[in-house]
Design a protein around this ligand. Structure first.
Ligand SMILES: CC(C)(COP(=O)(O)OP(=O)(O)OC[C@H]1O[C@@H](n2cnc3c(N)ncnc32)[C@H](O)[C@@H]1OP(=O)(O)O)[C@@H](O)C(=O)NCCC(=O)NCCS
Length: 193
C-alpha cells in the first residue's frame, strides 16, 4: 500500500461573529445574573432585590444579554419623572471588551427615550475608568461627586448625566455607536403596559 502524505496546515480558527440577544430580564434569568453580580461587585444585589426590581414594571426596565443560553450581562434603569437612572450594568468578566456593555447601554438608552426620559444619569466609582469611558461615549458628562457613596469600600461616586436625550442628535449618537459594533445584536422589546 502506498504511503499517503498529507499536509496539516496550522490555521488559526476564525472566531465566529458574536450573536448577542438582548431581552427583557425575567425571573429565570436572575440566577445567571447573580453569577455575574457576585463576581463584579463587592456588595452584590440579592435574588430578592432583583425580583423586587422586576416587579416594578411601570418605573423600571431591566435587560439581559445572552450568548447562546448563557446570560453574559445585564443592565437596568429606574424612570422618575423625566429622568432615567441607570441602576446597574455588568458584563461577565470572561466576555469583557466584546461590546456587550455597549449593546446593553444602547438598549437601555433607547428604552429610556421611548419612555419619554429627557435625561439619563448614573453614579460610577471614581476609580472605575473603564465604565466612565463607556458612559462618556454615550454622551454622559461628569457633574459632581457623591462622597462615600460606596460606603462598603469607602469610595466616592462620580455623578454623570446625559441631557437632551429626546433630541435627534442623541438618536444619531446612538446610531453611530451601533454601527461600530461587530457581529449581530438581536433585541426583544419589552411589553408596553
Ligand atoms: C463596565 C462594563 C459593564 C463594560 O462592559 P464591556 O462589555 O466590557 O464594555 P464594551 O466592550 O462595550 O466597551 C465599550 C468601551 O468602554 C471602554 N472600556 C470598557 N472596558 C474597558 C477597560 N477594561 N479598559 C479601558 N476601557 C474600557 C472602551 O472605550 C470600550 O471600547 P473599545 O473596546 O472599543 O475600546 C464591564 O467592564 C463590567 O461589567 N465591569 C464590572 C461592573 C461595573 O463596573 N459596572 C459599572 C458600574 S457603574
Amino acid at each position: 500500500m502506498g504511503e499517503e502524505r498529507g499536509f496539516v496546515m496550522a490555521v488559526e480558527p476564525t472566531p465566529e461573529p458574536l450573536v448577542v440577544h438582548v431581552v427583557p430580564m425575567r425571573r429565570r434569568h436572575v440566577r445567571g445574573v447573580l453569577r455575574i453580580e457576585q463576581q463584579v461587585y463587592p456588595r452584590p444585589w440579592t435574588m430578592s432585590l432583583f425580583l423586587s426590581e422586576l416587579a416594578l414594571r411601570s418605573s423600571r426596565a431591566y435587560f439581559v444579554a445572552r450568548v447562546g443560553r448563557d446570560v453574559v450581562g445585564y443592565a437596568g434603569i429606574m424612570l422618575t419623572g423625566q429622568d432615567a437612572h441607570v441602576t446597574t450594568i455588568a458584563v461577565d468578566p470572561a466576555r469583557h471588551r466584546q461590546k456587550i456593555g455597549t449593546r446593553l447601554l444602547l438598549v437601555l438608552s433607547r428604552e429610556a427615550i421611548a419612555r419619554e426620559a429627557r435625561s439619563l444619569t448614573l453614579e460610577v466609582r471614581l476609580s472605575n475608568r473603564p465604565a466612565q469611558e463607556l458612559y462618556r461615549r454615550f454622551g454622559f458628562a461628569p457633574v459632581g461627586v457623591r462622597k462615600n457613596y460606596y460606603a462598603e469600600t469607602n469610595e466616592d461616586a462620580l455623578v454623570m448625566w446625559a441631557h437632551e436625550a429626546q433630541r435627534p442628535e442623541y438618536a444619531a449618537l446612538l446610531d453611530g455607536i451601533e454601527r461600530q459594533i461587530e457581529g449581530e445584536t438581536v433585541v426583544e422589546a419589552p411589553r408596553r403596559w
